[in-house]
Design a protein around this ligand. Structure first.
Ligand code: NAX
Length: 333
């Protein structure tokens, strides 16, 4: 180890043998998430089922075969207390998919149990500086459940991913306007990672001008753009026969990289609501944030005024978050 080399960071990833796991792990190990000069140790959690643990071994073999210089070790386990031990970043992807005929409330309760156990384990054994990112659905409410178990780590350490929705919205606006993706700025997701989310085109800009002015078609923005972004996950399943994985992994990389990198850039993440933008205090709602220190954000309050249409959308997604909290209330510590 050269004297200038950084100490490795420990990254725990759950559901590591799943689709998103397969896409995200090589990118973390390649330094795309925490930096090209940041060695990492991957701590991989999967359910303690022989066939799944075997599949996880296969994933680890492939990571070995990539010969990533930054990958300094791997831990493969079925035990959350081992996976989260001293972890600096905990990326919670693993959860059960919604089965046929299953109601959203059943999914909330089923997956909620996973996040009770993992929230406790993280609080007990992760690093003092740990940050937790929830990807497994319903991610906002799962994040609230995990955070509620924590006594040592504060709720501001727990965030849920809406970056995929932001990226989807940015791509749709760029395509409609016929401009490069980088011309679209300040497109922020408000609320829940579900079809009720509000992709706030009213404050977005394209080439520095209001997006609505550039697009010039309010009906498209309200009646096509919003449902396209909100239901994009279902559209991917219909087309591919499998849910989004590469784009979800990419968004998780973006989420962590943005949260790890101090910058004036504004990005969407679901955080514990302090009442900003009319969200109920204590639900995990997506809002605009800026990273002020590695792993630390502030909610951006200026520059996002909402007209009646936008306020109505935000009220609807807030109502869904409040309802989800009610559904899982026995799981909140
Ligand atoms: P997969 O079913 O391919 O993989 C999930 C993996 O999690 C499986 O290997 C399973 O064994 C494991 N798992 C289940 N319970 C576990 C537990 N208690 N501890 C550790 N591992 C556990 O799903 P994948 O496509 O990878 O998606 C994972 C999750 O991401 C799903 O909940 C999915 O709904 C969610 N998504 C969230 C997105 C977001 O934007 N927030 C978008 C993509 C994705 O739909």
């Amino acid at each position: 180890m050269s004297p200038a080399e950084k100490a490795p960071l420990r990254v725990a990833v759950t559901g590591a043998a799943g689709q998103i796991g397969y896409s995200i792990l090589p990118r973390i190990a390649a330094g795309e998430m925490l930096g090209k000069d940041q060695p990492v140790i991957l701590q991989l959690l999967e359910i303690p089922v022989e066939a799944v643990q075997k599949a996880l071994e296969g994933v680890a073999m492939e990571l070995d075969d990539c010969a990533f210089p930054l990958l300094r070790g791997m831990v493969l386990t079925g035990d959350p207390n081992v996976a989260f031990k001293d972890a600096d970043w905990c990326i919670l992807v693993g959860s059960k998919p919604r089965g046929p005929g299953m109601e959203r409330a059943d999914l909330l309760k089923d997956n909620g149990k996973i996040f009770v156990g993992q929230g406790k384990a993280i609080d007990e054994v992760a690093s003092d500086d740990a940050r937790v990112v929830v990807v497994g659905n319903p991610c906002n409410t799962n994040c609230m459940i995990a955070a509620s178990q924590a006594k040592r780590l504060g709720p501001e350490r727990f965030t849920a991913m809406t970056r995929l929705d932001q990226n989807r919205a940015q791509a749709q606006l760029a395509q409609k306007a016929g401009v490069a993706l980088t011309e679209v700025d300040d497109i922020i997701i408000f609320g829940n990672h579900s079809p009720t989310m509000f992709a706030d085109f009213t404050n977005a800009t394209i080439s520095g001008k209001p997006a609505a002015e550039v697009i010039g078609d309010d009906a498209w923005l309200q009646n096509d753009f919003l449902p396209t972004v909100g239901k994009r996950g279902a559209a991917i399943i219909a087309a591919r026969g499998l849910s989004s994985a590469a784009s979800a992994a990419n968004a998780a990389i973006d989420h962590v990289r943005s949260l790890h990198t101090v910058s004036d850039d504004i990005h969407s993440i679901a955080v514990r609501s302090d009442g900003s933008y009319g969200f109920d205090e204590g639900v995990w709602a997506s809002v605009p944030v800026r990273t002020t220190a590695p792993g630390t954000y502030e909610v951006v309050r200026e520059g996002f005024d909402h007209d009646e249409f936008a306020a109505g959308k935000i009220a609807a997604t807030n109502a869904e978050l409040v309802e989800e909290r009610e559904t899982v209330k026995e799981m909140l510590a």
